[in-house]
Design a binder for this molecule. Structure first.
Ligand code: ATP
Length: 199
């Protein structure tokens, strides 16, 4: 899987439709303070399903829509599209190229599309699950997050390592199974109490 391109249109400081093409290898984005480097990362996070305005440095989701500048009126819609080469089917889809699009209008209407077909947020989340990408993953790490990892308690750091290693999912399943087991044991005890009463 390879990130091919990102199109940002009306998202944060990107009033004008802007397409960034990614070549194989490492890509660095440089620019002066306030030029929109973090906005690019946030666009990627947003199109992959981010639901927290706070994670995108806003109070409400509509804050991601271009809010105007001295030379441009505010816009009514933010759009971000991300395209992956999926010829190795790393992402759980039959498509060899995947374009995921998210749109948000000021009236609150929103849309998710995969290769121009409307889908639900759940479909986007499912697409990225177990891929190491997606809104909950550690593939995108903000400056503040690095600081919190360094200053975190050992147990919190261990939780991060477990998430990255893919262990966290199984731990969650194990916890759920143990809870079920405890409930079943309680039920069994109750049944054996009733049986002894009836004897
Ligand atoms: P630094 O190097 O200081 O971290 P940066 O290059 O990462 O900066 P960003 O934080 O991505 O820059 O961009 C900040 C700019 O985006 C600010 O000028 C801010 O006004 C602008 N901005 C954020 N949200 C919106 C919006 N909804 N509409 C218009 N401009 C916005």
């Amino acid at each position: 899987m390879q990130l091919l391109s990102l199109t940002i249109d009306g998202f944060k400081s990107f009033a004008q439709k802007t397409t960034i093409k990614f070549k194989p290898g490492m890509t660095g984005i440089v620019g002066p303070n306030g030029s929109g480097k973090s906005n690019i990362i946030e666009a990627i996070r947003w199109v992959m399903g981010e639901q927290s305005a706070h994670q995108l440095r806003g109070d409400k989701m509509a804050d991601v829509i271009f809010s105007g500048s001295s030379s441009r009126a505010p816009l009514n819609r933010a759009l971000v599209s991300i395209t992956f080469d999926n010829s190795d089917h790393y992402l759980a889809s039959d498509y060899t190229e995947l374009t995921i699009t998210r749109k948000l209008y000021r009236n609150g209407d929103s849309e998710y599309l995969v290769n121009d077909q409307p889908v639900r947020l759940k479909d986007i989340v499912d697409l990225f699950i177990d891929s190491g990408l997606g809104r909950e993953s550690f593939s995108i790490i903000s400056q503040g997050r690095i600081e919190s990892i360094f200053n975190g308690k050992p147990l919190d750091r261990r939780a991060i390592i477990e998430t990255v290693a893919g262990v966290a999912k199984y731990k969650k399943n194990k916890d759920a199974a143990e809870k079920k087991l405890a409930t079943t044991m309680d039920n069994l005890h109750r049944v054996s109490d009733i049986v002894s009463e009836l004897k």
